[in-house]
Design a protein around this ligand. Structure first.
Ligand SMILES: [Zn+2]
Length: 58
């Protein structure tokens, strides 16, 4: 049983801002936006869940 996390930390490299993004309604991806430039990011959750705790977006 994979322990699902409700959010992950992500670094928006566009603005060098660290932020948490949360699981979407479908619970198949983490989705969020850069707080400064509103650049969208989506991290798909695989079948086994995602083990990586830290992502970066450009
Ligand atoms: Zn940005």
């Amino acid at each position: 049983m994979v322990q699902e996390k409700k959010f992950i930390g992500i670094l928006f490299e566009c603005c060098n801002v660290y932020r948490r993004i949360y699981v979407n309604k479908e619970k198949n991806a983490y989705e969020g936006g850069c707080p400064k430039c509103n650049s969208k990011v989506k991290v798909t959750i695989g079948l086994g869940g995602t083990e990586t705790r830290f992502f970066s977006a450009r």
